[in-house]
Write a protein of this length. Structure first.
Length: 251
C-alpha cells in the first residue's frame, strides 16, 4: 500500500495558529502570544511528524508545548496533527532549535526539554553537528527551571553513551536516571539505572512479508513517542533512554 499523499494529510486545514516560521515567531519571548495564557512550558527538539507533541499536549492540558522542527514539510504535518486533534496548547516552530535556545528562550523558562531520536550524524567529521553537544546542553541546563527535566531517547547506542558523557562533563544536571516510560520487558537489559528496551520476543516484529512474528496485538500510537520509535521498536530493535534533572536550590 502506498503512502498517503502530502496534500491529503494536510487537506484544507488552517494551520496558521499551530505553526510559525522565522519572523512569525513572537519576539521577544512571550508565551502569551503563542498560547494566550501562562503555563509550564515543555520544549521538544526535533518534532518530526509531531506524534509526541500531539500526544503530550492531549495528556497534559495544563501545560504548553513548543516543538521545533527544521524540515518544513514535517513541521506542516505536525501542525496538521495538532489541528486535527483540536489542541491549542501546542505549537510547532520551523526553525533551528539551537538558535532558539541561544537567542530567544530566556533562563529558567522551560519545565522540560525533550530530545527523541536525534540525527546521529554518523561521520566523525559531522559529529559537531549533533544536537547533544557541549554548547547546547549548557543552554538547556540554563533554560530549565529548577526541578526541570531533560528527556533523551535514541536508537544509537554509541550516541547514547556519548550523550551521557557530554551531559556529565558540561552540566550539573543530576542523572542519568531511567526513563520510566520505556517499557520494562522481562528481558530488558539493565545498565545501572539505564534500561535498554527492545526484544523480538516481547515486542511485535514485522518481517519482510509484513506478518507479525510472533503473533501479538499491534501496539497503539500511545505506546511510542514518535513515528521513528514505533518503526524501531516494532522491528525488535533496541532503544536507549535516560532522564536528567536540574537541581532545586537549597534555601
Amino acid at each position: 500500500m502506498g503512502r498517503r499523499s502530502f496534500a491529503k494529510i494536510i487537506g484544507d486545514l488552517d494551520l496558521s495558529a499551530r505553526i510559525k516560521k522565522g519572523d512569525e515567531i513572537p519576539r521577544p519571548w512571550n508565551p502569551n502570544l503563542l498560547f494566550g495564557r501562562e503555563a509550564p512550558i515543555e520544549f521538544e527538539i526535533g518534532s518530526g511528524k509531531g506524534m509526541f507533541l500531539a500526544n503530550a499536549a492531549a495528556a497534559e492540558p495544563d501545560r504548553d508545548f513548543i516543538g521545533v522542527e527544521v524540515a518544513y514539510r514535517y513541521a506542516l504535518m505536525a501542525a496538521a496533527e495538532l489541528v486535527k486533534s483540536d489542541l491549542s496548547n501546542a505549537v510547532i516552530l520551523c526553525a533551528d532549535a539551537a538558535l532558539l535556545l541561544a537567542d530567544w528562550i530566556p533562563s529558567a523558562s522551560l519545565a522540560a526539554v525533550h530530545i527523541y531520536f536525534p540525527d546521529p550524524w554518523w561521520k566523525k567529521s559531522h559529529r559537531k553537528r549533533r544536537i547533544v553537544r557541549a554548547d547546547v546542553v549548557k543552554m538547556i541546563e540554563d533554560r530549565l527551571v529548577p526541578g526541570g527535566k531533560l528527556w533523551l531517547r535514541t536508537d544509537v547506542e554509541e550516541y547514547f553513551h556519548e550523550s551521557l558523557r557530554v551531559i556529565a562533563a558540561e552540566t550539573h544536571l543530576s542523572g542519568p536516571n531511567a526513563d520510566p516510560r520505556l517499557p520494562a520487558e522481562p528481558k530488558a537489559v539493565a545498565e545501572g539505572d539505564i534500561f535498554r528496551s527492545g526484544d523480538k520476543e516481547n515486542l511485535p516484529y514485522y518481517g519482510e512479508n509484513g506478518n507479525q512474528n510472533p503473533p501479538v496485538p499491534r501496539a497503539g500510537r500511545g505506546d511510542f513517542l514518535s513515528h521513528f520509535e514505533r518503526r524501531t521498536r516494532l522491528n525488535g530493535l533496541p532503544v536507549w533512554g535516560a532522564v536528567f534533572e536540574k537541581a532545586v536550590p537549597v534555601r
